[in-house]
Design a binder for this molecule. Structure first.
Ligand code: FAD
Length: 381
């Protein structure tokens, strides 16, 4: 006899939580989604973060499954390859694959809005401004603070899609012999903007992921639908140069002039933006098991990875797709489904976590090395 599941609580209405709640609702479950932030559709963009993400085949497949992809198509910008910017400003284009093959740049905020809309249309009960502060793994209870009141709900099953610092996982970590590993790389990241030109056009080629590889660090830029680019500086926290060593607007300007000179033609307010925007850390999290009693981890809560393979969200979306396939296979027998889900996904999650760490070295360093590229082509044959 498998556990009986009618009412599912989903913690976290980010990309994975929103998508997964649609899958579950479409299977006929009562689904309540809790998100600590205000409604993203009313608050505008993602709390001022303009971040965009690379969406690939795995992510698209999951959205096609639940009929959301048609609405997402309009906000995608195809990137057919990487455009390398040398110190001298020379450009080298490396296609990702054969003609017609590409990945897509998508706004995190707008994608989240679309998925929240689809979840609401599907009948998911959504509670914004509900911050989970405690979970009881034995009673399947979750306690929230909200502007109005503090509440505790009980569910038949709880999905923890509450991101890299998951409250659900923090409770699981307390279980004896629970495996947990977190690793911060020495680099952090900061976002900057290349606005559209005065004529309203893209300032640099829109069909590419731009990279300024500089050995120990790099700058990248992905296009946005409004014809701007979001740039991300991946840079060490300490040492020289580092976030710590660039102390004044003058330091920043001089560093960019010396290191990424052609980017400065386009990033207009570097001195102001650099100090206004936060510096964030990059973590890899591995843990196991992902299922304890009636609690299940999914997405970054189960496997946060560094962004250098552009696969964190895509892997989280694939979790949802695989979970749904397993529910089909096991006729909604949750015991059988969850056992297979965590075994099946764990190896893939570990593999992409390691690949993502390795790819940082390639992107920031070897990507500009002709000998390495020739060697890679020989290996690929
Ligand atoms: P999150 O997006 O973190 O969502 C978790 C949600 O839970 C949030 O909405 C949060 O507010 C909510 N929450 C957290 N705690 C609580 C609580 N206690 N109570 C209630 N709600 C809570 N992936 C890609 O596939 N392609 C890319 O190109 C890419 N680029 C990236 C670039 C950067 C710089 C970074 C940092 C990540 C990138 N990623 C990329 C990874 C991607 O952002 C994540 O894998 C993805 O957002 C994970 O989605 P999630 O829903 O699991 O977690």
């Amino acid at each position: 006899m498998s556990r009986k599941v009618e009412h599912i609580g989903v913690l976290g209405g980010g990309l994975v939580g929103a998508l997964n709640s649609i899958y579950l609702r479409k299977r006929g479950y009562r689904v309540s989604l809790f998100e600590k932030r205000p409604d993203i559709r009313k608050a505008g963009t993602d709390s001022g973060r303009s971040i965009n993400l690379a969406l690939s085949r795995r992510g698209i497949k999951a959205m096609q499954d639940i009929g959301a992809f048609e609405s997402v198509k309009d906000i995608l910008l195809p990137m057919e390859g990487r455009m390398m910017h040398s110190l001298e400003g020379e450009l080298t284009f490396q296609p990702y694959g054969k003609e017609g093959q590409f990945i897509n740049s998508v706004s995190r905020g707008r994608l989240n809005e679309i998925l929240i809309n689809k979840a609401e249309e599907a009948g998911v009960e959504i509670h914004f401004e509900h911050t989970c502060h405690h979970v009881d793994l034995n009673k399947t209870e979750v306690s929230f603070t909200s502007p109005k009141e503090n509440v505790t709900y009980q569910f038949d099953l709880v999905i923890g899609s509450d991101g890299a610092f998951s409250q659900v996982r923090q409770e699981m970590v307390k279980i004896p012999r629970y495996n947990y590993q977190q690793y911060y790389i020495p680099h952090g990241y900061k976002e900057l903007t290349i606005p559209p030109t005065e004529a309203g056009d893209f300032a640099i080629a829109p069909n590419a992921l731009h990279i300024w590889p500089r050995g120990k660090y790099m700058l990248i830029a992905l296009p946005n639908v409004d014809r701007s680019f979001t740039c991300t500086l991946f840079f060490p926290f300490d040492g020289d140069p580092s976030f710590e060593s660039l102390k004044t607007p003058k330091d920043v300007k001089q560093f960019f002039q010396k290191t990424f000179p052609d980017s400065l033609e386009h990033i207009r307010n570097i001195e102001e933006e650099y100090f206004k925007n936060p510096t964030s850390a990059l973590v890899t999290i591995k843990c196991f098991p992902w299922v304890k009693n009636n609690f299940v981890l999914i997405g970054d809560a189960a496997h946060a990875i560094v962004p250098f393979y552009g696969q964190g969200m895509n892997a989280g979306f694939e979790d949802c797709h695989v979970l749904n396939q397993l529910l089909d296979k096991h006729n909604d027998n949750w015991d059988a489904t969850l056992t297979e889900y965590q075994l099946l996904r764990k190896d893939d999650a570990d593999a992409i976590a390691d690949l993502a760490l390795d790819n940082f070295v390639e992107m920031r360093d070897l990507v500009a090395d002709e000998k390495f590229l020739i060697q890679k082509k020989i290996e690929a044959r």
